[in-house]
Design a protein around this ligand. Structure first.
Ligand code: NDP
Length: 254
């Protein structure tokens, strides 16, 4: 199989598994955090789980860029394009694997099954995005790329801000749940998830590649059902106290 075919099949597999995951996760909430379930394996401490499962998606693109810069003969336009296209991915996973875990406040341990699935996914996706960009990525100097960066930046800022709001709800030692307010939470219960979807939609616009579109779709398929379950959970737990106009994942709609 030639390399471009391999990346095509990896992307299509991601899209198909995203569709399957979407329907499964609508009925079975992803089993971590408030939905953690001991049937899904022994617990891994939250900070360690997030660090280990996410770090491949940071290290793999960094490795590819270092190889391109120092060990391959490639023209400067190719190097420039690879850096411009991969930089948002590297920035996101630097934050997610090295900063986010340190900030988690009294997070529930992660059962082994979702931990291992996330770890495998980060290797798979880290390779897919990096290998595609290094070999075939082309940076378009146009308005769509500017919109892609803007969307990615807004999504990443919204994601970090929403996670910060959630963290600030707990005092040291507290493990319970409260109603989040402010930022995107004034619109949806899954504010961090909505922002994450915006981020990877921006990345897909910037890259205009099948792997990047597959990842944006996979993220939406994975996080939208989680936002939906969180929303139902809040409504059940807080009843009339919960803001009436707040939707699950799509402002004003769902
Ligand atoms: P959650 O919103 O379920 O939890 C985030 C953190 O906030 C956890 O530590 C949780 O504690 C705590 N928390 C959540 N709600 C409350 C509340 N009401 N009161 C107090 N504390 C609360 O997010 P996830 O853990 O699912 O995801 C974390 C990050 O990873 C997000 O930014 C998300 O976008 C991203 N992600 C990306 C995916 C992708 O496909 N790209 C997939 C999944 C997540 P506890 O652990 O005790 O519940």
């Amino acid at each position: 199989m030639i390399h471009s075919e391999l990346l095509f099949y990896l992307s299509m597999t991601m899209i198909v598994s995203g569709i399957v995951a979407f329907f499964v996760l609508l009925f079975v909430p992803s089993p971590y955090g408030r939905n953690a379930n001991s049937a899904f394996g022994p617990p891994v401490p939250a900070k360690i789980a997030w660090l280990i499962q996410e770090i491949p998606a940071f290290l793999i693109p960094v490795y590819f860029i270092i190889e391109l810069l120092f060990f391959k003969t490639s023209d400067s336009a190719n190097v420039r394009d690879a850096i411009l296209l991969l930089a948002p991915f590297i920035m996101h996973y630097f934050q997610r694997s090295l900063i986010y875990p340190m900030l988690i406040r009294e997070g529930k341990p992660m059962p082994a099954v979702p931990f291992l699935l996330a770890f495998i996914f980060c290797i798979y996706n880290g390779y897919l995005q990096s290998s595609y960009i290094i070999n075939y990525g082309y940076f378009h100097w146009d308005f769509i790329s500017a919109a892609g960066y803007a969307l990615f930046a807004a999504g990443m800022a919204g994601n970090i801000h929403s996670d910060q709001i959630l963290r600030s709800l707990r005092k040291p030692g507290e493990t319970g749940y409260k109603i989040p307010h402010g930022g995107l939470f004034s619109l949806v219960s899954g504010a961090n998830f909505l922002a994450e979807i915006i981020e990877w939609t921006g990345f897909a616009l910037l890259n205009r590649s099948l792997p990047a579109v597959a990842f944006a779709l996979f993220t939406a398929a994975n996080t939208a059902p989680r936002a939906w379950h969180h929303h139902l959970w809040y409504l059940k737990k807080f009843g009339d106290e919960y803001p009436k106009n707040r939707k699950a994942i799509l402002p004003y709609l769902i």
